[in-house]
Design a binder for this molecule. Sequence first.
Ligand SMILES: NC(=O)C1=CN([C@@H]2O[C@H](COP(=O)(O)OP(=O)(O)OC[C@H]3O[C@@H](n4cnc5c(N)ncnc54)[C@H](O)[C@@H]3O)[C@@H](O)[C@H]2O)C=CC1
Ligand SMILES: O=C(O)C(=O)Cc1ccc(O)cc1
Length: 370
Amino acid sequence: MEQQIEKIHIVGLGLIGGSIALAIKQEFPAITIAGYDINQSQTEIAKTLTVIDEIAADQFDGIETADIIILATPVEQTLSIIAALSSLSLKESVIITDVGSTKQKISNHAASVFGGNVQFIGGHPMAGSHKSGVIAAKAHLFENAFYILTPMEHTSRESIGILQHVLKGTKAHFVEMTPAEHDEVTGIISHFPHIVAASLVHQAGRFEDNHPVIKRLAAGGFRDITRIASSSPAMWRDILLHNKEKLLALFDDWRYEMDRVRELVDELDGDALFSYFQEAKDFRDGLPEREKGAIPSFYDLYVDVPDYPGVISEITGYLAIEEISITNIRIIETREEIYGVLRLSFQTDVDRERAQKCIEKHTDYKTFFS
Ligand SMILES: NC(=O)C1=CN([C@@H]2O[C@H](COP(=O)(O)OP(=O)(O)OC[C@H]3O[C@@H](n4cnc5c(N)ncnc54)[C@H](O)[C@@H]3O)[C@@H](O)[C@H]2O)C=CC1
Ligand SMILES: O=C(O)C(=O)Cc1ccc(O)cc1
């Protein structure tokens, strides 16, 4: 690599900024990472946890010596930071990237502000969590996830190569596309599903007055399929405001989809309804299981367990011996009061596989993925 990267400046030290910093540190401990967060306590926690090496006194303190600038703020803030960056004297070779969930508005803004003078590469690591803040940051958050890059027309191959090299520690798969394509595909598989999840919750909420039992019944499958409705309202507000055009088209498409299935129900067309579900099942069953997608997976392992006291501590005990961390645990079903299904959630696919082997080694309980 021709250009030596010595210093990286990160603005926004939350979940994503912190996770990227940790991933870079893991791979390149010699690179100095300076960081700033408008919320001073985030900056201080980031320094205490050695997520960053240096605290920048303000957004741009020391930025003129940075080789790479990473903007990891909410998308609206990213726009104003880009505008402010254009009036600073930055290194001629500086590479600027962001991590925002939307790309068209940010890329248009960068193009109008920087023109062809700056190597700006839009970025979106397509993994995350409903948690926020640096405290939730993890070096392996993006492992096996797609990391979309939306370079500008004039962005050099060399700059893209340098950025990917520096982000190697994320262990993500880099994919390049245009900002428009990015916003359309993420609209379909991430932004719109968040709207649908929130709307299902609203619908259940509206019916709750007449059916107070709804909350209790919703504790199982409904809670699972609407999990993403618990994500950050501020973040999702901003994402929707940025991706208006693509989302409006998806609302129309969804309305068509609902009308189509509504008609099948109205006409009591059992064959067509069967096909409707069969086709959806075929498409979904064909989705890759091992890649991390935009919506975080839980890496669940199911275990058929006999219904006797102490079975949970037995299993968690075996996992503890092999130092396998669980992120969630739940009995999701009891069958005839003889067997229950225990759902164990893990941070990574590797942990899940280790857990499966561990349980199979120590017990006769049947395990399965889904
Ligand atoms: N949370 C997720 O799962 C994912 C989020 N993203 C994108 O990453 C970006 C950051 O999101 P998160 O890290 O999740 O949020 P976060 O809330 O954990 O972190 C954002 C940080 O930016 C700081 N901030 C806000 N305005 C600032 C400013 N003007 N100057 C300096 N710092 C400022 C906040 O204090 C906060 O600590 C967003 O653009 C989001 O769309 C991308 C992929 C996944
Ligand atoms: O938090 C959630 O609900 C997610 O689906 C994670 C996520 C949020 C934003 C992204 O741009 C990518 C992934």
